[in-house]
Design a protein around this ligand. Structure first.
Ligand SMILES: Cc1ncc(C[n+]2csc(CCOP(=O)(O)OP(=O)(O)OP(=O)(O)O)c2C)c(N)n1
Length: 248
């Protein structure tokens, strides 16, 4: 190959690697959140000190294989408003209390890595399932709407519900409060902070704790999310197993 072509090819490869890395890192963040049950007093406080930034409705469809190998590994694949999202446990690169001692408020918060880049989602799902379905083909060349990867990995929809969400912000920067009403009759609130990859989870936990204080949240029990209640009602055996295996 001509030397100039070779140099150009290397340059293009290097740039596209940087570009792909940038896209992946922009689409991977850590979601730190605390759920709460919203009563009339909390709602009143929220309406007094918060700003309602909108109401929207969305349908969530969650996918797993028939033996629930993703969710048993605390890995949650869903399609919301036509976009794929994956929530999975956080590992390294996350700054949290160095002593390892958690405050009571921090213990009530969940932390998940949230991924929205489809090739990265497919790579991670494949990685979790590789012991079950082996190493498949790469996904290069697949078109955007092509969902054949689902059947190839034996993934089927196990939960399908719609949520009406009212969102609020307070003065605290980067904090969002959502009040969710699921169509199967469960209401839950959440205080949420999105931390960029390798960001400061400790400061997110502190923001959530301050916000919880302002809203007058009491109680030291973890509050069930929508999926907890959905699984209890629709897949009770799997729900019991997730509890037994300390996933939920
Ligand atoms: C309190 C708590 N919540 C979820 C989990 C695990 N989990 C179960 S289902 C599940 C996926 C759904 O996550 P969740 O944040 O509950 O849903 P939602 O509020 O609709 O998503 P958002 O719009 O905020 O992205 C997770 C992570 C857990 N272990 N503990």
């Amino acid at each position: 190959m001509h030397l100039v072509n070779l140099i150009c090819e290397h340059a293009v490869k290097a740039y596209s690697t940087i570009y792909v890395n940038l896209i992946v890192s922009f689409q991977m963040s850590v979601e730190v959140e605390r759920k709460f049950l919203c009563n009339a007093d909390i709602l009143k406080t929220l309406e007094e000190i918060g700003v309602c930034v909108g109401q929207r409705q969305f349908r969530d469809q969650y996918f797993d294989n028939p033996s629930f190998d993703l969710t048993l590994r605390d890995t949650w694949l869903r399609k919301r408003k036509g976009c794929w999202e994956l929530k999975c446990p956080i590992t390294a690169n996350v700054t949290e209390e160095p002593s390892g001692v958690q405050s009571e408020g921090a213990a009530l918060c969940s932390r998940y890595r949230e991924i929205t880049n489809l090739p990265e989602i497919q790579r991670r799902v494949k990685d979790v399932l590789k012991d079950i379905c082996g190493d498949g083909e790469t996904d290069a060349g697949r078109s955007q709407g092509d969902e054949s990867w689902l059947s190839e990995m034996n993934l089927v929809c196990f939960a399908d519900f719609t949520t009406v969400r009212q969102s609020f912000t307070l003065e605290e920067k980067g904090v969002q409060i959502d009040l969710d009403q699921a169509d199967f009759g469960y209401h839950v609130g959440e205080i949420e902070v999105l931390v960029p990859e390798a960001g400061d989870v400790q400061s997110a936990l502190e923001k959530i704790e301050r916000t919880a204080g302002k809203l007058g949240l009491t109680g030291d029990q973890q509050v069930d999310g929508k999926m907890h209640v959905y699984l209890q009602r629709n897949h009770p055996e799997h729900y019991a197993r997730l509890l037994r295996e300390h996933v939920l």
